[in-house]
Write a protein that binds this ligand. Structure first.
Ligand SMILES: [Zn+2]
Ligand SMILES: [Zn+2]
Length: 312
């Protein structure tokens, strides 16, 4: 993969990226959402869509992000693979690709080398533009060497289209079954496909992308991270806790991103249940000195902390 260069410069040299596979896929999903007016409403299909949104967001948040990208807890290979499968069902490419770019984001947050910084390159580029850009289709393998020891993750990354396609077929078949065997539920194969897969996946795209765009523009900065990351409660609700992004940039090693009891962190709650069930363990928490330090004291050490973190 080529070294990250200015996305603005790239946009100027390759304007035809609107015809890339990613662009066509995203466009197709958005247009297909209009089918809700063709098939009509179904409560069962709508609730299935919500459930599949939560399941796949958990795969992205707990699996891709907190598990694979930051190693904030320990788990076995089966659970690691299942969480990665759930994340891949979101249709946002494979785990190695996702993790490599995310690690690059932390390393260069809100500088020219951060490919989805809304501060440097603008809101829409951060939200969607970079994803559509063919230049960023590749994965910098050196950044994810630790994950390449798992052949199952490499397979998932290579055949990233398999989980979402199987999911689409699965919800269609379930809808067909419900239509035949439980007609009182007033749902159908097309209802399930449209609400359970198409609308749910489109919402997932924007839910995830708000962390790259909005969580670096809107909200409150508790910690002087030296970048533009913000804490936003509404983004946290949409993303199972990922909206506490300033907390996360300050202490990425913590599994928990809502640092205080009033910061509802959905993925943390679900991972805690997984811990009770013995599926994951050693959830890492922010040290007490991070939680107890008043913000005005942190501000004094802003410069020193920023330079030391940038040096890592
Ligand atoms: Zn960020
Ligand atoms: Zn992160």
């Amino acid at each position: 993969m080529a070294t990250p260069v200015s996305p603005r410069a790239h946009r100027e040299t390759q304007p035809n990226d609107w015809l890339s596979v990613a662009s066509m896929t995203l466009l197709a999903f958005h247009l297909a959402c209009l089918l809700v007016w063709v098939v009509g409403f179904s409560w069962v299909a709508c609730l299935s869509g919500v459930a599949l949104y939560v399941l796949r967001m958990f795969g992205l948040s707990a699996g891709f992000h907190r598990g694979l990208a930051h190693r904030t807890y320990t788990t076995g290979r089966v659970v690691q693979f299942l969480l990665a499968w759930c994340g891949t069902m979101a249709g946002q490419r494979g785990p190695l690709w996702w993790v490599a770019w995310h690690r690059q984001h932390h390393r260069y947050a809100d500088t020219a080398q951060d490919i989805h910084s809304p501060v440097v390159y603008g809101f829409w580029w951060a939200h969607l533009g970079w994803v559509l850009c063919r230049r960023y289709d590749g994965t910098e393998r050196a950044v994810v060497k630790d994950l390449m020891q798992y052949p199952e993750l490499c397979w998932l990354d290579r055949y990233f289209f398999v989980p979402p396609v199987l999911l689409a077929c699965g919800v269609f078949l379930v809808g067909l079954g419900l239509e035949c065997w439980v007609p009182s539920w007033h749902t159908s194969a097309m209802h399930m496909l449209v609400y359970g897969f198409i609308v749910s996946t489109t919402c997932l795209y924007h839910g995830t992308f708000t962390v790259n765009s909005c969580a670096h523009r809107f909200g409150r900065q508790r910690f002087p991270t030296g970048d533009a990351s913000r804490n936003s409660y509404w983004i946290a609700v949409l993303t199972l806790g990922e909206g506490f992004h300033n907390n996360h940039h300050w202490y990425p090693s913590s599994e928990r991103q809502g640092f205080y009891w009033w910061e509802f962190d959905g993925s943390h709650c679900l991972l805690t249940v997984c811990k009770w069930l013995g599926l994951v363990w050693a959830l890492r928490v922010p040290p007490l000195h991070v939680l107890d330090t008043p913000t005005h004291l942190l501000s004094r050490s802003h410069s020193a902390a920023t330079s030391s973190r940038r040096a890592k």
